[in-house]
Design a protein. Structure first.
Length: 440
């Protein structure tokens, strides 16, 4: 049996399982969080540029969130994909080494609109897609992440295929064909981090996943051994069999849903920047609050993170607010100045260009630390009076179900995001609908 067919069988069997109520609750929170971020992203320049290119030729039934538009499902997946990821405020998952919800939901929601699927069916399909993302992430390991690929897109496309196949209740054969088609459409490189092309890749992955699904429904052909062939997906993206373990993908998916894993489930973001910056920010803000620090007192800030995180956030002089999402130096400076970090810090050019901010950025340094913990950070702040204040953060707030974002913070995050597109009153009404009706 081919890997594609075994993968498809596991997707099909998992989707037929009886799932615990808690899995639906966790999925609901993730979907609401992602919708909020998607709405905020829908009014950002990159999303507007994409709409200007495609909107005139894209009539259909699927929503473009944050607008009154209805377009075809393929382009809705593209539009909502870029919007959901452009602010980098969406959740992530360590097994995928990327952003799971934005890899799944834009395609799934577009298809759900087209097929008038029930909210319950969409939530269940999301859980199946999340499982597929995590299992595939286990199989390929860190190799793609450490060798320039963007796993949110290169792996996430298959999660979206899994979720959409589950929603449509495709046969195992059709699902296997869609997965094989997706091997030809997977793409995404890290060189585009800090630009509008990074979230464009997420939108394109969602669109391509839905395209693969629709082609499979039309009996489109694909290589049956597209995963395991010596010129197939795994060998090309993972540079040979030494760098992947297909047994983790094709063995039966037993145990509780990955979505419920205390640490390896959904990681929500407290701040709208690269996930690797979140642990340092928790430490910086804790020291600022504990010692009532002002920027004028600070001589030096030294931050240590795991070597795998270091390259993504070592951006001492970002060129614009979007690139600043990957700059530990900028995020640290703004957090020390204001005691918080908000969407406006990455939208408002005036904030980004403050001379005081750039002066403080030059006092920040980043180094790889020696701890094994990928998700931690060590912080040292040196003051003018000679104090060296230190802390170690084991994990960022929101990174596990044992260290969650408080419900009030989740609510505030959604409203802050959604109000950018809907206004305050409509954002609140939408939040209440999601919690009390549409996804309850």
């Amino acid at each position: 049996m081919t890997i594609a067919l075994q993968f498809a069988r596991n997707i099909h069997q998992f989707h037929q399982r009886s799932l615990p109520k808690e899995a639906f609750e966790r999925a609901r929170y993730a979907i609401i969080d992602t919708l909020g971020v998607m709405l905020a992203g829908s009014v950002q320049p990159g999303a507007l540029k994409l709409r200007a290119v495609i909107e005139p030729a894209a009539p259909g039934q699927s929503r473009v969130f944050g607008t009154s538009l209805r377009v075809n499902a393929l382009d809705a997946a593209l539009f909502n994909g870029i919007a959901a990821h452009i602010l980098d405020f969406d959740d992530s998952n360590s097994r995928l080494h990327g952003h799971t919800s934005v890899a799944i939901l834009p395609a799934l929601l577009a298809l759900g609109d087209e097929r008038q699927a029930s909210p319950a069916a969409v939530v269940r399909a999301y859980i199946t897609g999340f499982e597929a993302a995590s299992r595939l992430g286990d199989a390929v390991g860190r190799y793609q992440y450490t060798h320039g690929w963007h796993p949110t897109t290169t792996l996430g496309i298959f999660a979206a295929v899994a979720a959409c196949a589950a929603l449509l209740e495709l046969s195992e054969h059709q699902t296997a064909v869609a997965l094989s088609i997706a091997t030809a459409l997977a793409s995404g490189i890290k060189a585009n981090f800090g630009s509008e092309t990074k979230p464009l890749g997420v939108g394109q992955a969602n669109r391509n996943a839905l395209l693969a699904i629709k082609l499979a429904q039309q009996d489109f052909s694909a290589g049956k051994s597209a995963f395991e062939h010596h010129h197939g997906y795994l060998s090309v993206f993972n540079a040979g069999a030494a760098h992947f373990d297909t047994s983790l993908l094709v063995a039966p998916w037993t145990g509780e849903p990955v979505l419920l894993a205390p640490v390896m489930g959904i990681k929500q973001k407290r701040f709208p920047c690269c996930y690797a910056i979140l642990p340092p920010l928790d430490g910086i803000l804790a020291l600022r609050h504990e010692h009532r620090l002002t920027p004028e007192e600070i001589v030096r800030v030294a931050v240590g993170v795991h070597p795998i995180r270091f390259p993504h956030i070592n951006v001492p002089a970002p060129k614009d607010p979007l690139a600043a999402k990957f700059s530990l130096h900028y995020c640290t400076a703004r957090a020390l100045e204001e005691g918080r970090l908000t969407l406006d810090d990455f939208i408002d050019e005036t904030r980004f260009n403050r001379p005081e901010t750039h002066c403080l950025m030059r006092q920040v340094s980043l180094h790889p630390y020696l701890h094994d913990n990928i998700g931690g950070a060590e912080v040292m702040i040196e003051t003018k009076d000679g104090r060296r204040l230190t802390t170690y953060i084991d994990s960022a707030q929101g990174s596990s179900y044992e260290n969650p974002l408080p419900p009030a913070l989740n609510r505030d995050k959604f409203l802050q995001c959604a109000s950018l597109a809907l206004g305050d009153s409509d954002a609140l009404a939408f939040y209440q609908r999601l919690n009390l009706g549409e996804l309850a």
